[in-house]
Design a binder for this molecule. Structure first.
Ligand code: SF4
Ligand code: SF4
Length: 381
């Protein structure tokens, strides 16, 4: 049976328009009532990467969160909002991301994402036991609310990648350190997905992020909201909207090989707006060549060498750095491979930096850029 994905055109974040659009988007799936029953505890999982202002398009827009809360409450659910931000507490980040008025209006509460709990995943590929936020166990239903963005390490971040935030606090850094290849991290994300089993994804694709995502790129208007039970299908359709081949996205390629969801349009039943009319083919993506390397059948050692010559390294832009040390504290390597207070040529320790780009992702001032080595620049020419 093909995966049902619903797509709705919505040109504004006006709260009423977003609520109407979400009702339209969910209608072919049976409405929110098909996922939430009276009395259930509903965990809504937006992307709350860090304390970024709404207009930066880093985090899920408050109007999307509001609409999802209202529909879940209307279906009889008690709603909690949760994520594990890369920097700062959930309460602090939620406030910075404009969620305070939404919580006050709706009465929804923030979930406890600081208490960990171990979960068994007997069919998992990376970890048969995983520590996630206890809020996952407390919830009867999880609805994930991703933001459509590019991602320096994982190429694209959407519904499946959004599950990574179910890992509490610093444990995320530890996994980054252990799983240095995008493919390995992708396998972990699918392990989390197997345990958490979100019932529904509603993607904020009204304004996405292109270029240097997930935090340093540019907001780009797409005017789309996508929803579906099959998170891989929602992500794959979102990729098609931005002209990105799903097999170049490690988590979607892993989903395809593990038989998790639909990753091609042929496997989907797409309802609502004609998705081709919402395409933004010139959406700026991350490096195509790095993606291609994943598909080339070369010996592992040669592939690793080429990757080393190709892979972008972080660089601190001195004029923007405010010496807050967020990057060093978030670096999964111990001791940290980034030193903001060192002279420019010693700020990144090339020998120990694992190119996870957490520093780039977390820097509140966009003071870390990813620069390509000379060979990479030449190959691109
Ligand atoms: S590079 Fe960014 S995160 Fe690191 S110290 Fe400077 S401003 Fe802070
Ligand atoms: S310096 Fe940045 S890219 Fe390198 S390991 Fe640390 S957080 Fe990751």
């Amino acid at each position: 049976m093909r995966s049902l994905v619903s797509i709705t055109r919505v040109g504004t974040y006006d709260p009423r328009a977003v609520l109407e659009a979400m009702e339209d988007c969910l209608a072919p799936l049976g409405g929110m009532g098909a996922f939430v029953r009276p009395g259930q505890r509903v965990l809504l999982k937006p992307n709350l990467l860090g304390p970024f202002a709404v207009e930066k398009a880093v985090t899920t827009h408050p109007a999307i969160v509001r609409a999802a809360i209202l529909l879940a409450q209307e279906a009889g659910g008690t709603v909690f909002i949760g994520d594990s931000p890369g920097v700062g507490s959930l309460a602090f980040v939620a406030k910075a991301c404009g969620l305070t008025p939404v919580l006050e209006e709706t009465g929804a509460e923030l979930a406890d994402f600081s208490t960990p709990q171990e979960f068994d995943g007997p069919h998992n590929m990376v970890a048969k036991r995983l520590t996630l936020a206890k809020a996952v166990a407390d919830a009867d239903v999880i609805v994930t609310l991703p933001k459509l963005k590019t991602h320096g390490q994982m190429t694209f971040t959407g519904a499946l990648k959004n599950q990574y935030g179910l890992i509490p606090g610093t444990l995320k850094s530890q996994w980054h350190f252990r799983l240095q290849r995008p493919q390995w991290l992708a396998a972990l994300i699918l392990d989390i997905h197997r345990i958490a089993r979100p019932a529904l994804a509603i993607m904020d694709g009204i304004v996405g992020m292109e270029g240097k995502g997930p935090s340093g790129g540019r907001p780009r208007f797409l005017g789309a909201m996508l929803a579906g039970r099959d998170l891989a299908a929602v992500d794959a359709l979102a990729c098609m909207l931005i002209g990105l081949e799903p097999r170049f996205v490690p988590v979607l390629e892993a989903a395809r090989t593990q038989g998790i969801g639909a990753t091609s349009v042929a496997e989907m039943e797409i309802v609502g707006e004609d998705w081709r009319t919402l395409r933004v083919p010139d959406f700026e993506k991350v490096s195509e060549l790095e993606d291609l390397l994943r598909l080339v059948p070369l010996p592992k050692s040669l592939l690793n060498w080429i990757r080393g010559q190709w892979t972008a390294r972080p660089r601190i832009i001195g004029s923007r750095c405010i010496q807050c040390d967020v990057c060093a504290n978030g670096c999964p390597v111990s001791p940290a491979a980034i030193h903001p207070d060192a002279p420019p040529h010693r700020q990144i320790d090339d020998d120990t930096c694992i190119r996870c780009y957490c520093c780039h992702e977390l820097c509140p001032n966009h003071a870390i850029e990813l620069t390509r080595p000379r060979l990479a620049r030449w190959l691109r020419l």
